[in-house]
Design a protein around this ligand. Structure first.
Ligand code: FAD
Length: 403
């Protein structure tokens, strides 16, 4: 967008950056942080509570939050109340992409995403995000739990509306008191449950729902460490056009926006000495598009490298590649079981949130519980952990009631 700007999660430093690059917008930043702090406080109880009844909408906590939800406004509208400079608005609204949505469509309540980054900062677990799963696995085992890896579920067996067991890819059958599904919701309901079992989440109905965009990924191991920040975002010159192409028109942009993750600058454990691990992400349409990825993969990859080498400090990156792995939306779907390659799950339109998102206690099957991006409160690590908290709390409550 013609001008680079460093975003910093310290109010004083961020104000200095805004003063230098976007004079006149400093007050807007203060106002945004103050108002969104209040919005966050009002929203937290909604994000941390189950939503399985219509009456939740007239509960005290919902009514209290209502005036803060920016109803009828998009994230872009909300930020336009604070900033006059278009580039600054984009810098505080691109976070809608964490939900795979356009800032011009994403509900205004989600202005909390950029607020969170500026209030608390952005974190990286040393060793990578996989360390979180490993830590959780350790706690599970310490409490006597057993984890069975590489034993995918092939089919969920249902009698009437009750889950009676799981059929694994190994051919084994497994039975339990309660079943918690963490697989991508739409993919699981489409491929693991027999046709005719589900009504409101049948294949046909799921196909009509709105889903997030997808991502084109390039993971590279390189023989040097670039002196570049941990996070770099390269916005397309016409960002709105690029966003519309990936979320509405479902075509590949000639000028994509690109995120570059240079985590080795923070975390030396990710690559051997003198090397680094970089990933490059371009948001692209999900598989509702008719893009032939086998045909487009190489040209799109080249375009991304060219943009990177031309517009960022990752000069000559192609000359330094030791390892490379590419993931297209087709591979997200076929190799990683992500419905339509929509990496951020069901869309986060208000029509698919809270009561209207599949419930943590899945409403169509007995003994079936959901966690992850496809249930309440939605996609993203902090949110999916909240979903797990809601679901486990609810299962405990059910157990206490039946014993
Ligand atoms: C490129 C990218 C970058 C991201 N970066 C961030 C970030 O920086 N911060 C953030 O907060 N969020 C980020 N996200 C979003 C975040 O990763 C997701 O919201 C989160 O992983 C969703 O969690 P989940 O449990 O719903 O699904 P997943 O993490 O996809 O887990 C589902 C699991 O189920 C398994 N599974 C599927 N089918 C079966 C089956 N039949 N049998 C057995 N197992 C099965 C899958 O193998 C997978 O391990 C990012 C997403 C992407 C795609």
């Amino acid at each position: 967008m013609g001008k680079g700007c460093r975003c910093i999660a310290t109010a004083k430093k961020m104000l200095k950056v805004i003063g230098e690059h976007f004079p006149g917008n400093e007050q807007g930043y203060d106002g945004f942080m103050k108002d969104t702090r209040e919005k966050m406080q009002a929203l937290m109880p909604l994000l941390q509570t189950r939503h399985n009844k219509w009456t939740d909408y007239v509960s005290k906590r919902a009514l209290k939050a209502l005036p803060k939800l920016s109803l009828g406004k998009s994230v872009y509208d909300v930020l336009s109340d604070y900033f006059t400079d278009e580039r600054l608005k984009i810098a505080f609204t691109f976070q809608a992409k964490y939900l795979g949505m356009s800032p011009w469509e994403c509900p205004g309540a989600f202005s909390i995403l950029s607020y969170m980054e500026h209030e608390w900062g952005v974190f990286h677990p040393i060793g990578g995000v996989n360390q979180l799963s490993k830590a959780m696995a350790k706690v599970t085992e310490e409490h006597g739990g057993k984890i069975h890896l590489r034993q995918g579920v092939k089919r969920i067996r249902v009698e009437g509306k009750t889950i009676t067991g799981l059929e694994l890819e190994t051919g084994e059958h497994v039975h339990a008191d309660e079943y918690i599904i963490n697989a991508d919701f739409a993919e699981a309901m489409t491929n693991l449950v027999d046709d005719g079992v589900l009504r409101s989440h049948s294949k046909k109905k799921l196909e009509k729902k709105k889903f997030s965009c997808s991502t084109f990924m390039i993971y590279v191991g390189i023989d040097k460490l670039y002196d570049m920040p941990h996070h770099t975002i390269l916005f397309a010159e016409d960002y709105q056009k690029n966003v519309n192409e990936m979320t509405r028109d479902l075509v590949l942009s000639e000028e994509p926006s690109i995120y570059i993750h240079n985590a080795s600058v923070t975390d030396p454990t990710l690559a051997p000495p003198g090397h680094s691990a970089v990933y490059i992400l371009a948001p692209v349409p999900n598989n509702y598009s008719e893009i032939d990825w086998e045909e487009k993969q190489e040209t799109f990859k080249t375009l991304i490298y060219e943009e990177l080498e031309k517009k960022t400090g990752f000069k000559d990156i192609r000359k330094h590649i030791v390892e490379e792995k590419v993931l297209t939306p087709k591979q997200w779907e076929n190799d990683h079981s992500v419905y339509k390659g929509a990496t951020f799950s069901l869309g986060h339109q208000l029509s698919q949130m809270m009561y209207f998102r599949p419930h943590n206690r899945f409403q169509e099957l007995e003994h079936c519980w959901l966690v992850g991006g496809g249930t309440h409160p939605g996609s993203g690590l902090p949110t999916i952990l909240e979903s797990a908290r809601i679901t486990t709390g609810w299962i405990r409550e059910k157990e206490e009631q039946t014993t």
